[in-house]
Design a binder for this molecule. Structure first.
Ligand code: HEC
Length: 129
């Protein structure tokens, strides 16, 4: 209604779930008409349709080597916007128990990477919409 969809697609590859959530919240504040139950559906759709690229770095290398033996490294996307650092830590520990071979240092680098790339949910406050 207010601008072309190019304004949406230009964020392709850059936005994690939390960024899409923020955008949708801002647009609602700007007057976009969405019903409450439509919000998570739209945020999910945007997150899945325009997934964030894995930024280059040591974390990506580990993900592509130690984590892609048994399943796609992209499996981590599923928890984008839901996992805190502790949750990522638990996941990586579980995968090591499953047979992933990582040193302790690599595990820490990977946990930091996942925490930074896929930000944790923001705490709910009385001011949240
Ligand atoms: C030796 C095989 C193996 C390796 C290597 C491995 N995983 Fe897994 N992964 C599994 C198995 C088996 C499951 C499903 C059962 C479970 O959840 O434990 C799984 C499930 C997952 C899931 C959940 C997928 C879903 O849809 O619920 C994620 C996320 C994940 N792994 C991430 C990782 C990460 C990150 C690494 C690297 C540190 C890794 N995995 C390395 C075997 C492996």
């Amino acid at each position: 209604m207010c601008h072309s969809l190019k304004e949406v697609t230009k964020f392709q590859s850059y936005y994690a779930r939390e960024n899409w959530r923020d955008i949708v919240r801002t647009m609602i504040a700007d007057g976009a008409e969405l019903k409450d139950p439509q919000i998570p559906v739209l945020v999910d759709y945007l997150t899945q349709t325009f997934p964030k690229n894995f930024p280059d770095g040591e974390g990506k290398n580990i993900l592509e080597t130690a984590c892609s033996e048994c399943h796609a490294a992209g499996a981590v996307r599923r928890f984008d916007g839901y996992y805190t650092r502790d949750n990522w830590q638990d996941l990586v520990r579980t995968m090591i128990a499953n047979g992933a071979s990582l040193t302790d240092d690599q595990a820490t680098v990977l946990v930091d990477y996942l925490t930074a790339v896929f930000p944790a949910p923001k705490p709910v406050t009385a001011k949240s919409p």
